[in-house]
Write a protein that binds this ligand. Structure first.
Ligand code: AMP
Ligand code: MN
Ligand code: MN
Length: 346
C-alpha cells in the first residue's frame, strides 16, 4: 500500500481540458483562499503558459500571499482582492471565456470569488489534487488526489500543450511541489516529486536560495510568535495528540500577519510519538481556523471533514466557531474517536 502511494503516476489529462486551454482567449485563473506555494506557483505558471499561447489571462487571489513566497510571482501577475471583488475583478469574471480553478475543487474555498462564479455561465475547469470537491460543477476537471501537488499536474498540462517551461515557471512549480511536500519530506512526495524536482533543477532551478527564502527568512516577530505557540503546547492521549492555540491577542502582540502563519503547524509535529497534531488560530471573535497533521495511519481528513473541512489524509483543515474551550473540546473528541477507532481496527 505504502509502496503503491510512493509510485503514484498521473492519469491521462482529459482531452476536453486541453482543448479548452488551447482555445481560450480570456482565461481567468482562480485558486483557494489564503493561497499557499502550490496555489500561487500553479496559478502563475499556468498564467504564463496561456499568455505564451496568445491568450490574455488574469489571475485573481482572494488573500495576500505569504511574504516569503512572493518571489515566485516573478512578474507580479497575480492580483489580490482587498475585500469584496471590485469593478475590475467583477468584469474579469464577466469577460472571461474560461475560468480555471487550481489547487482546490471546492467552491466554498474560493472565498469572495465564489458568488461571482455561481452566477456566471462561463465554462469552469479545474486542476486539483484534493480528496473532496464539487467535481460536478466543472465542465472539465483533472483531479488526482494521489498527486503530491497541483504544481506537478500543471507541469504535465504545460507539456501537453506543447509549451517549453521558462526558468521562472520552473521555479514557481518547484516551489509549488516543494512546499506541498514539506520540502520533499512527506509521504505524498512519492517518486514523482523527486523525479520532477530533478528535471526542474536540470532546467536551472537552484534549490538552496529558494530554501533560504522560504524557510530561513522569517522575521524575529514571527519566530517569537512561534515560540509563544510552542510554549503553549498541550498533549492528550499519552502524547498521541498534541495541539496549540494562537489567539488574535497573541498574534497582534507579535504583529504577525495571518498569511505569515503558514508552516506553524509543522513545528508541532516535531515531537516524538505524536499521531495527530493540530493548531487552532483565532481568525475573528469566536471564529477559528484549524490545521491538522498526521504522521501515521490516522486520517486527519476524516477529522476535518466532520467539521465541514477537508484536504488530504495527512494534512487537512477546517473552520470552527464557538469559544476556544468549546472548539478544542470538539476537536479533541473527534481526534480521540479516531485514535480509538484505529486501535480497535474499526
Ligand atoms: P493548512 O492546514 O491550511 O495548511 O491546510 C492543509 C490542507 O487542508 C490543504 O490542502 C488545504 O487546502 C486543506 N484545507 C485547509 N482548510 C480547509 C477547509 N476549511 N476546507 C477544506 N480544505 C481545507
Ligand atoms: Mn494549496
Ligand atoms: Mn496543493
Amino acid at each position: 500500500m505504502a509502496q503503491e502511494a510512493q509510485l503514484w503516476e498521473p492519469g491521462a489529462i482529459p482531452d476536453g481540458l486541453l482543448a479548452a486551454l488551447r482555445s481560450t482567449r480570456k482565461p481567468l485563473i482562480l485558486t483557494h483562499i489564503y493561497p499557499d506555494g502550490d496555489a500561487l506557483g500553479s496559478s502563475v505558471a499556468l498564467h504564463h503558459c496561456l499568455a505564451k499561447l496568445g491568450a490574455h489571462p488574469r489571475t485573481i487571489l482572494t488573500h495576500p500571499v505569504p511574504e516569503k513566497l512572493r518571489f515566485i510571482d516573478h512578474d507580479g501577475v497575480a492580483e489580490v482582492l482587498t475585500g469584496e471583488p471590485d469593478a475590475s475583478q467583477i468584469s474579469a469574471v464577466e469577460q472571461a471565456d474560461l475560468i480555471i480553478v487550481v489547487d482546490t475543487s471546492a467552491f466554498h474555498r474560493l472565498g469572495h470569488m465564489k458568488e461571482l462564479l455561481v452566477e456566471s455561465d462561463t465554462p469552469i475547469v479545474c486542476v486539483d489534487h484534493h480528496l473532496e470537491g464539487d467535481l460536478d460543477c466543472f465542465q472539465e476537471v483533472w483531479c488526482e488526489p494521489g498527486s503530491p501537488s497541483t504544481g506537478n499536474l500543471v507541469l504535465e498540462v504545460i507539456r501537453a500543450l506543447g509549451q517549453e517551461l521558462t526558468l521562472n515557471s520552473a521555479e514557481s512549480l518547484f516551489v509549488a511541489i516543494a512546499t506541498d511536500t514539506g520540502w520533499f519530506r512527506y509521504s505524498n512526495s512519492g517518486s514523482v516529486a523527486y523525479r520532477i524536482a530533478a528535471q526542474l533543477v536540470e532546467l536551472g532551478v537552484d534549490p538552496e536560495p529558494i530554501f533560504q527564502k522560504i524557510f530561513q527568512s522569517f522575521s524575529v516577530e514571527r519566530t517569537l510568535a512561534l515560540g509563544d505557540l510552542l510554549a503553549n503546547i498541550e498533549c492528550r492521549s499519552d502524547g498521541k495528540i498534541l495541539f496549540s492555540v494562537l489567539s488574535e491577542k497573541m498574534r497582534q502582540r507579535r504583529e504577525v500577519k495571518m498569511e505569515d502563519l503558514d508552516g506553524f503547524v509543522d513545528s508541532l509535529g516535531q515531537v516524538a510519538g505524536t499521531e495527530i497534531v493540530f493548531l487552532v488560530v483565532e481568525v475573528g471573535p469566536g471564529r477559528y481556523k484549524v490545521s491538522l497533521r498526521s504522521r501515521g495511519e490516522i486520517s486527519v481528513h476524516a477529522i476535518a471533514a466532520r467539521f465541514g473541512g477537508g484536504g488530504h489524509v495527512k494534512a487537512a483543515g477546517c473552520r470552527l466557531e464557538g469559544t476556544e474551550e468549546q472548539v478544542i473540546a470538539e476537536l479533541l473528541a473527534v481526534c480521540q474517536e479516531q485514535l480509538v477507532g484505529k486501535s480497535t481496527g474499526s
